[in-house]
Design a protein. Sequence first.
Length: 240
Amino acid sequence: MTAREIVLKTKDVAAGYGGGDIISNISIDVEEGQIFTVIGPNGSGKSTFIKVLAGLLHTRVGGISIKDEQITPLAAPERVAKGLAYVPQEYNVFPNLTINENLRVSTEFLKRDRCATGEQRERVLNMFPEIATRLTLRAGHLSGGQRQMLAFACAMMAAPVVLLLDEPSAGLSPKFVAEIFDRIKAVNRTGLTVVMIEQNVKEALRIADTVMVLVNGATRLSVPASEIGSTHDLHKLFLG
Ligand SMILES: Nc1ncnc2c1ncn2[C@@H]1O[C@H](COP(=O)(O)OP(=O)(O)OP(=O)(O)O)[C@@H](O)[C@H]1O
Ligand SMILES: [Mg+2]
């Protein structure tokens, strides 16, 4: 089998908020079409890492590239234009705007070349029928699971190459957890590469290709998802 192209790469990345670094020495290679999942204890730096990827937090050391193009100096909107879309862990839709307005706002800042075309909007609405049928409803009136679908749909409006998801299943009931993971897998099957942070480890492993375990801001392990569980004890990885 020929090796697949690396679409997103980090090399020895370190970042933090104040004096010290929260994450350090993080190197990942995400292959085209993969679901790359980051798991780890609360406070281990998962959201910090994904914010660094999205360009919301400065990279202090190391570099980030998309398809061999360095994006380390680029701000968040410029990274969206390069094909990187990000769905935050919280506050990921505007509750006072309608679904339609949320979809529009999500691409308003993009330059024309990557601007969401009518075609992409159609594609997104087909992918998310629960949203397509409620365009004039305020996002604040959606259930947790529906809101997560809207946030996901807004990110898809930019026609991303890589989708960054920070805990897409957080706070959802088991039925919605399964539904959101099924949807992530369905979108991934269309060729989209996904980097996802998750606490719902068992469900996340069901759709993941590669798993990275982050503990205290450092990579403890990065392996094919199929190896977790058979050769690695998750409890030991998290704690030991
Ligand atoms: N804006 C901030 N300013 C200062 N410290 C922060 C900030 N955001 C996060 N931190 C700190 O960075 C560390 C890592 O936080 P982060 O949110 O990355 O963890 P996480 O792995 O995503 O946790 P969780 O599973 O609870 O979402 C924590 O100690 C946290 O307090
Ligand atoms: Mg987090």
